[in-house]
Write a new protein. Sequence first.
Length: 106
Amino acid sequence: MLRPMAAELDNRQLKYLRGLGHGLKPVVMVGQRGLTESVLAEIEGALEQHELIKVKLRGDREARLGWIETIAGETGAILVNRIGQTGCFYRRHPKKPKLALPHGKP
């Protein structure tokens, strides 16, 4: 469950995205009210603009895991990495991709 929909990317591409995501700061925070529609809309907008984002998830472990699944399912994003209360998500822009991923295995 750690990487929903990660089958679309190979290990080399995931490693590259994890490296890029390491220096990012969270752009969206999921707080005590949980994953509301407005928070999902913020995540959608951030993915549209940046492609690779970090989301800070406040809550117990079970809630965080559920929110990660919901974020990935609702937005079509791929969970690149999860450490503690932070998840890093990637969704390629359909028309104007900003990140050039390394080519997959030959």
